[in-house]
Design a binder for this molecule. Structure first.
Ligand code: SF4
Length: 342
């Protein structure tokens, strides 16, 4: 891209953004805590889905110090249903770090922002540019899609080298405009106009766009094929005692760490699972019946949960009242609990 062209591109999208930005709470603030929270919530999540969570979060934890003072269970409960629970743990740990290492003031230097738990290159760039108005590019899949179409980049956009070269160019553009507006302009252009199916008729950079000129909107961007998701089959136990259900806490590491879940075993038959269950729990079970199979899709894996419901012959501390489950339960296990039949 020639210098004159990218100067005009940066200028045009910034002006377009100022006139067309959506009425979103995190587009009207430069509070780094709120920008941080919104960016973490928006990872893997649609805006419309995250908005009510964002509002409830800000109401419950108005400042980063309020968030730091909460328990992890409180934070997970507020996050319940939003998925990808590691993000909830990360924002909590980041809040604690801001309180303990930065006197409760969100750090403004890029190195300290990047050191916060869960903050990668993109999120750090978003916070640094939007909240602190610093010329740091924030490159995610949406920005890569826009740039690959505008510039006619046929290298895979999920390749590190391609990302690096786009980041260099965006780094030059952001110097020419208000960094906060420019970063949000690229985000909004990707979200509203240059979507998977682009709306080129209303695009502010149509005249300079390679994909528009060559009718290449559907062939760009190019992506390298990722490894297929792995499939896992579980025998899942929905064990009740009167109006209570058995839940166990997951280990502190790994998928759905620390969350409550129905016991389940990755084995082929119910009998194998029952043997493992009896090794783990001191009580027996009766009235065993097959309920259904549930599929739950994660980023890199698919779970098939074959659910068996049964009654426990005794009670222990791991049973929770079904009508008032107090802790964070992953969406996969919420589905299991919804299959409960009286
Ligand atoms: Fe995307 Fe179309 Fe705009 Fe090009 S003209 S940037 S393809 S919306």
């Amino acid at each position: 891209m020639k210098k004159q062209t990218y100067i005009k591109f940066a200028h045009d999208i910034s002006n377009w953004y100022r006139a067309n930005k959506r009425d979103l709470p995190f587009r009207k603030t430069n509070d780094p805590y709120k920008i941080f929270l919104s960016e973490m919530m928006l990872q893997q999540t649609q805006v419309q889905t995250m908005l009510p969570y964002y509002a409830r979060f800000i109401e419950r934890f108005p400042t980063i110090n309020d968030l730091a003072s909460a328990t992890e269970d409180d934070v997970l409960t507020m996050w319940q249903g939003l998925g990808y629970y590691r993000r909830a743990k990360f924002i909590h740990q980041a809040a604690i770090a801001v309180r303990d290492q930065h006197n409760g003031v969100f750090p403004s230097d890029l190195k300290s922002i990047k050191a916060l738990k869960g903050v990668g290159d993109y999120t750090a760039g978003a916070i640094h540019s939007i909240a602190f108005n610093q010329p740091t590019p924030a490159i995610d899949g949406n920005v890569m899609r826009v740039m690959s179409r505008v510039l006619g980049i046929y290298d895979p956009i999920n390749n590190t080298e391609t990302v690096r070269s786009v980041k260099q160019l965006v780094g030059k553009m952001i110097l020419l405009e208000n960094p906060s507006d420019f970063t949000q302009a690229l985000m909004e252009l990707g979200a509203l106009v240059c979507k998977q199916t682009p709306v080129c008729e209303v695009c502010p950079v149509q005249a300079k766009c390679f994909a528009y000129k060559h009718s290449a909107q559907s062939t760009l961007p190019v992506k390298e094929k990722l490894a297929p998701k792995t499939e896992h089959h579980f025998i899942t136990f929905l064990v009740t005692y009167k109006d209570k259900v058995l839940l166990q806490r997951n280990p502190a590491d790994g998928l759905l760490a620390n969350m409550l879940a129905c016991p389940q075993f990755e084995v082929d038959t119910f009998d194998e699972a029952l043997t493992l269950f009896k090794h783990r729990y001191s009580f027996d079970v009766k009235n065993i019946k097959y309920v259904s199979q549930i599929k739950h899709v994660f980023t890199h894996r698919v779970w098939y949960m074959h659910i068996y419901q049964m009654d426990a012959t005794d009670l222990n501390a791991s049973f929770y009242a079904i009508d008032a489950l107090p802790h964070a339960i992953s969406r996969a296990h919420q589905k299991v609990l919804h299959s409960y039949k009286k």
